[in-house]
Design a protein around this ligand. Sequence first.
Ligand SMILES: Nc1ncnc2c1ncn2[C@@H]1O[C@H](COP(=O)(O)OP(=O)(O)O)[C@@H](O)[C@H]1O
Ligand SMILES: [Mg+2]
Length: 225
Amino acid sequence: MSTVLKLENIKYGYEDGGFRRDILKDLSYEFEEGKFYTILGPSGSGKTTLLSIMAGLDKQDSGKIYYKGKSLDEIGLYKYRRNNMGIVFQSYNLISYLTGIENVLVAMTETDNKLPKNHKELGYALLEMVGIVQSKADRTINKLSGGEQQRVAIARSMASNVDLIFADEPTGNLDTETANEIVKIFQMLTEKYGKTIIVVTHSDEVSKLSDSRLFLKDGKLIDIE
Ligand SMILES: Nc1ncnc2c1ncn2[C@@H]1O[C@H](COP(=O)(O)OP(=O)(O)O)[C@@H](O)[C@H]1O
Ligand SMILES: [Mg+2]
């Protein structure tokens, strides 16, 4: 198995009323290609902070991150975000007055990666992969259920042909049954398409369905079991 993302001695903290509070403390971890990871941890433990840093949305105070052996400094955070990873949020963050397919097509313009010529066909195919048929893909976002919106958001996260996907509490707004369906999509994307998926969650049920369960404790990632 090859390493897709390597975290090396990551430190992150902030000043709070004259005190320094460290959230990530010398955190190191290697994520392997084609696996579905979950990161558990209590509220306020730094899960969102860690995800933001891994996704290139925020920068660690010290330490290094490597994507397929190349440091993010060398790649550049902007290019890394544009070409190497996709992200899914708890509240979907779709453009509500556009349709599902339009949301995916917009994302396809935000990359330097080479995509097959027929973007629309590819968009519908991505949506179908996550269970959104064409008639639903053509609806505006505000006419879709929460579970359907999250499916569209997952399709969008893959629009620029990336193989690394992050998700922050992607099932946090969904009922148990719908949450399970979303998790099954993550399992399918790793098993069938070799994607690497890193999901932050506080749900033990979601975590139990992943290949590798991690826990963020005292600013470090530890393997559960
Ligand atoms: N730049 C910052 N300034 C102040 N507080 C911050 C900053 N970044 C993170 N925090 C705090 O750090 C803690 C960890 O936050 P977060 O990563 O959102 O945790 P989680 O996602 O595990 O709930 C929280 O207490 C949050 O309020
Ligand atoms: Mg959070």
